[in-house]
Unconditional design. Structure first.
Length: 278
């Protein structure tokens, strides 16, 4: 095994240009995935790249550095639209994991149950990828291709997550259904971003994870709920309206249970986002 610690972003990108390498920052997903296997490749550690860490306000919204930890997100001063992302950050493993695990690592791991994905989908996040030659951006939904699969090329590094500006009347939420409260992989999880104008739901984004190979936006349900009075929204969420899911059956729950539970978790997440808005 070859272990390399990058001290600048340029160093990291040049090393990726030279050939494939496994990239880690916190390593909280990568190391457990190795199990008892002996790793014989190149490991590129980017945890010292301070330019990839932090949350900044931009003219167009917000930028989250790829190496920003979940603890950084919990402690950041962010508007109510980010409440769902903050709530998800508190659900990522233990405090120790939150202190070193990074937002980009959660995305690149591409687990269907990755806690960070639904709130970022609801926020309209875009992923920034860089090589030694160029930089590109694409929507998070296009970056995630399937279970443990992303659109990142071998010579690319995720450098940032971009969030468009949100209405000051927007509020986010996140709920996770599991077999216990803490340190659990989701049966299903839901993030909501709701915007209220004059007592009506003027806009809403709903994303669900752990109920399909990749987390997804429920656009049909969003369209059904948009413009409804706040007091009527939750009762319009029915199991029949939650379409497009393909939940798996595993030791945590059956596919049928996941689908039935999804509607209830969505109702609760919407109610949480709309708390005090009626």
């Amino acid at each position: 095994m070859s272990y390399i610690t990058a001290t600048t972003l340029e160093d990291a990108l040049n090393r990726l240009a030279a050939g494939p390498a496994s990239v880690i920052a916190g390593g909280t997903d990568w190391f457990p995935a190795q199990g008892d296997k002996q790793f014989r490749g190149t490991l590129l550690d980017i945890s010292r790249l301070s330019e990839l860490r932090g949350i900044t306000r931009t003219n167009d919204g917000w930028t989250i550095g790829a190496a920003t930890t979940w603890t950084d997100i919990v402690n950041a001063d962010l508007p109510a639209a980010f409440n769902g992302l903050k709530q998800a950050a508190r659900e990522v493993g233990s405090i120790q994991i939150q202190n070193v695990g990074t937002i980009a690592g959660n995305l690149c791991n591409a687990s269907p149950a990755a806690d960070g994905v639904p709130p970022l989908l609801s926020l309209g996040a875009e992923i920034e990828l860089a090589t030694a030659r160029m930089t590109r951006r694409l929507p998070l939904g296009d970056f995630l291709l399937g279970v443990r699969r992303t659109d990142r090329a071998d010579d690319e590094l995720v450098t940032a997550i971009h969030i468009p500006a949100c209405s000051p009347n927007s509020c986010g939420s996140f709920l996770k259904l599991g077999t216990r409260k803490y340190l659990v992989i989701s049966i299903c999880m839901v993030a909501v971003l709701a915007t209220v104008e004059e007592g009506n739901l003027s806009d809403i984004a709903i994303a669900i994870g752990a109920a399909s190979p990749v987390a997804l936006r429920l656009t049909a349900l969003e369209n059904h709920l948009r413009t409804l009075p706040v007091i009527d929204v939750s009762r319009h969420v029915t199991a029949a309206m939650v379409t497009g899911l393909s939940p798996i059956a595993d030791i945590r729950a059956s596919a049928e249970y996941r689908h039935a539970a999804s509607a209830e978790v969505i109702r609760r997440a919407i109610s949480l986002a709309l708390e005090g808005k009626a």
